[in-house]
Design a protein around this ligand. Structure first.
Ligand SMILES: Nc1ncnc2c1ncn2[C@@H]1O[C@H](COP(=O)(O)OP(=O)(O)OP(=O)(O)O)[C@@H](O)[C@H]1O
Ligand SMILES: [Mg+2]
Length: 254
C-alpha cells in the first residue's frame, strides 16, 4: 500500500464542541481509486469527520491534506479551488426543497463554472441519466421517494465530475433492493470513472459489497479502533469491540 499516493490525508485531527470531545487525534489516508468506508455507532463522529474533510467544519486541531494541499491552512480562494474537486452527498441528501431537481443539480455548475444555461442543462440531463433519474428535472425533491432523493443528491455531487466523492449514509432509510441499487451505482462509478470514494455508512451489507477498506470509529475513545479489509475485521475475535460491532450489527439487521 505504501507505493500508492494518498489523495487525502487526515493528520491528528481533533474536534471538540465546547467541552464535548468528538474526534480525538484522528489520522487516516484515502488512496486513489479506492472505496473507503467509515463505520461506527450512531453519534461516534462519522459525519463530523466527513465535514472536516469536505471543508464544512474546521478541526479544533490537526490538518487535512487534499491532493497535496493543506485544506484548512490555505487562503479562502485556494480552498474553494480544492473543494471544487470534491463531490459530497449529505446525510439528509441536502437538496434544497424549493428548487426543482434540475435546479438543485445545476447549483454547483453555476457556482464553479462559466458554462451557459444550455450547457448546464445538458450536464444536468446526463447526470440524472447516470443515476437512473431521467425525466425528473422539473420535479421538486418532495415529489421523489427517499431512494430517488439519494440518487438526486448523488447526481448533484457528481455535477463537476469530481475525482473524489464523499457519501454520508447513501443507503440509510432505504429498502434492501433500493439500497443494493445504490451500491451498484457506487461500484459503477469506481469501475467506469475511477472515482475515489469515502463512504460513511452503518449498513454492513453495503460495506461488504462496496468497501476496499474500512475504518471503525469508536464512540467511547473517539478514535479509530480498527482499519482493514471488512471480511478480515469481521473475524477479529481477538478484539471484542470490533467483533461485537460487526456481529451485533449483523444480528440487528436481520
Ligand atoms: N455542531 C455541533 N455542535 C455540537 N455538537 C455536535 C455538533 N455536530 C455534531 N455534534 C455532536 O457530535 C457527535 C457526533 O455527531 P455526528 O453527527 O458526527 O455522528 P455520526 O457518527 O454521524 O452519527 P449518525 O450515525 O447518527 O449519523 C454527536 O454527539 C453530536 O451530538
Ligand atoms: Mg452521521
Amino acid at each position: 500500500m505504501s507505493d500508492r499516493q494518498p489523495l487525502v490525508q487526515v493528520r491528528n485531527v481533533t474536534v471538540q464542541f465546547e467541552d464535548r470531545l468528538v474526534l480525538d487525534n484522528i489520522s487516516l489516508e484515502v488512496f486513489a481509486g479506492e472505496i473507503l468506508c467509515i463505520l461506527g455507532e450512531s453519534g461516534c463522529g462519522k459525519s463530523t469527520l466527513l465535514r472536516v474533510m469536505t471543508g464544512l467544519l474546521p478541526p479544533t486541531s490537526g490538518e487535512v491534506w487534499i491532493m497535496g494541499q493543506n485544506l484548512w491552512a490555505v487562503p479562502e480562494q485556494q480552498q474553494r479551488q480544492i473543494l471544487r474537486h470534491l463531490g459530497v452527498l449529505f446525510q439528509s441528501s441536502g437538496l434544497l426543497r424549493s428548487l426543482t431537481i434540475a435546479e438543485n443539480i445545476a447549483l454547483p455548475l453555476q457556482m464553479y463554472t462559466h458554462l451557459t444555461d444550455l450547457e448546464i442543462m445538458e450536464i444536468v440531463r446526463l447526470k440524472l441519466a447516470a443515476v437512473g433519474l431521467s425525466g425528473s428535472e422539473a420535479l421538486l425533491p418532495a415529489e421523489l421517494s427517499g431512494g430517488m432523493q439519494k440518487r438526486a443528491g448523488i447526481a448533484r455531487a457528481l455535477a463537476l465530475d469530481p475525482p473524489l466523492l464523499f457519501l454520508d449514509e447513501p443507503t440509510s432509510g432505504l429498502d434492501p433492493v433500493t439500497a443494493a441499487s445504490i451500491d451498484q451505482l457506487v461500484l459503477e462509478f469506481k469501475q467506469i470513472f475511477g472515482t475515489t470514494m469515502v463512504v460513511v455508512t452503518h449498513d454492513l451489507e453495503s460495506t461488504f459489497t462496496i468497501a476496499d477498506r474500512v475504518l471503525l470509529l469508536d464512540r467511547h475513545t473517539h478514535t479509530i479502533i480498527a482499519e482493514g479489509d471488512p471480511h478480515t475485521l469481521r473475524n477479529r475475535t481477538d478484539h471484542p469491540a470490533v467483533y461485537n460491532f460487526f456481529n451485533r450489527l449483523a444480528k440487528l439487521e436481520r
